[in-house]
Design a protein around this ligand. Structure first.
Ligand SMILES: C[S@@+](CC[C@H](N)C(=O)[O-])C[C@H]1O[C@@H](n2cnc3c(N)ncnc32)[C@H](O)[C@@H]1O
Length: 252
């Protein structure tokens, strides 16, 4: 039995990274009752971030809640590459924001920019609004661009979206911890995985400013099917930038 009771409880429940998870719990929770509830929830199979109510993303501690997509560390590169590509952006949107982790990261790197976030899932928008008050962005409920205030039409310099892009037949392979706690619409991108990327790209020129761009993260194997420019890539993921010309090439 491990001398640390939290590590021992998590290990007994089969958590492989029990030490790291215990440290995460202690970093974010300080009241004994909160710690106890979180450890029990985690031992019962809830993803760690949902159990604690916090996710770590781009050096920030953002609120998250059960049923809301847990921000993935692999998406941090989307925020950093987008900011490096458009450090001058004044009007920025995060499409499909979940808890708003990308919007929070963008707000921390683009002080002074007007930042909006959108999600179709009401529970996500509730959490995103709480994060928005802390980090400095506004969250709206609805589908993609249509959720934005119409005053943003033609003014968006930088749109960022970590969209559902997992091909339907691969969704079943996602870790069961997450599959049970994140709704399917947060990840399922249709048969080839690109249905939502097309849905966002099709009307984007109505919303983007003349130099505006849409930056997204896809799997590297999807890059060949998208008429965008790769900003950054490794074996698994690629950050792609699309502009109005890309939409034309796609015939959207
Ligand atoms: C892969 S998750 C990413 C969430 C968040 N950007 C992050 O990195 O943590 C995709 C998000 O898109 C949202 N979504 C799916 N369809 C949508 C739609 N039609 N309009 C707006 N958001 C949508 C889901 O609810 C989910 O929160």
């Amino acid at each position: 039995m491990h001398s640390d009771p939290i590590v021992a409880r998590l290990r007994a429940a089969g958590c492989v990274f029990a030490e790291a998870e215990a440290a995460f719990v202690r970093r974010h929770l300080h009241h004994p009752g909160d710690i106890e509830r979180a450890v029990e929830a985690r031992a019962g199979g809830m993803p760690l971030e949902h159990a604690v109510g916090v996710a770590e993303f781009a050096g920030l501690a953002v609120a998250v809640a059960d049923g809301v997509f847990v921000p993935r560390r692999r998406a941090e590169v989307l925020a950093s590459a987008a900011v490096a590509h458009r450090p001058d952006a004044r009007v920025v949107v995060d499409l499909g924001c979940g808890c708003g982790a990308l919007a929070a990261a963008l707000a921390s790197h683009l002080p002074g920019a007007e930042i909006h976030a959108v999600d179709i899932d009401p529970a996500s928008v509730v959490v995103a609004r709480a994060n928005g008050r802390r980090f400095g962005f506004r969250a709206h409920h609805g589908s993609w661009w249509t959720a934005l205030p119409t005053t943003l039409r033609g003014r968006v310099d930088l749109a960022v979206g970590y969209l559902p892009h997992v091909p339907t037949d691969r969704v079943e392979r996602i870790h069961p911890d997450f599959r049970a706690h994140e709704p399917r619409h947060t990840v399922d991108g249709g048969p080839g995985g690109l249905d939502q990327v097309r849905a966002v790209a099709a009307p984007m020129t109505e919303w983007l400013s003349s130099e505006g761009v849409f930056v997204t993260l896809l799997s590297t194997e999807q890059v060949a099917s998208v008429p965008g420019r790769v900003l950054q890539a490794d074996d698994e993921d690629a950050v792609i930038v699309l502009d109005g010309a890309a939409v034309g090439h796609w015939g959207l």
